[in-house]
Design a protein around this ligand. Sequence first.
Ligand code: ATP
Length: 219
Amino acid sequence: MIPRGIGLLGGTFDPVHEGHLALARAAKDALRLVRVDFLPAGNPWQKDLVSPAEVRLAMLELALDKMAGFRIETLELMRLGPTYTRVTLKTLRKRLGPSIPLVLILGGDQWRNLHTWRSWQELAEYADLAVCRRGREALQTSPEVASWAKSRMTSAEALTEAPAGGIAFFDMAPHEASATEIRRVIRTQPFAEAMKKVDGWLPLEVAAYIRAESLYGAH
Ligand code: ATP
């Protein structure tokens, strides 16, 4: 089948790591997407919680530089404070026109908490939703999301038959990388030691950038 549709993978990407890249690859293959766009979140009000937008963008650019089929969508990046996903999807839908499938990629944790998102039911007006199941993880959600999703559920292969409105689950082999853990080991031990602890979690260019810029207290 010919690939169709564009995937959208939101996150803070502080830093982007191999778990994110594996997720994007799994989504692209399972959902037959033309490409996946990484959607880094804007700067929060309390800036010290997250690295500045330009730093997170630089790491994404390094990680995706040689990877065909992956791009960066900077729509939310320079905004201060929270951006509602519904508003982002509406903007992207306007830009794409009505017929190109747009697929919002969600992790199991986001699926579980979807009922807490602003105007969550409206997401499906603008995009399909694809929920990633990592390994044997059980995908659970709130009763209201479950009953809303029931009539929209379809297979991963069939999801992009409609430009929006469908929901599908897809699988990926678990990858243990965690941005929180990466930041923690870099902060608490010499950089070379830290890199041994998170071996295989960071693209080499991203690791070199973190070292050169002394991010996360690298020493
Ligand atoms: P942090 O530890 O700072 O919370 P994170 O990597 O969990 O970082 P984000 O950068 O916001 O958080 O993640 C973006 C998306 O990537 C989310 O949907 C999240 O579920 C998913 N993700 C994060 N780590 C992995 C992983 N190891 N394997 C697959 N998906 C992942």
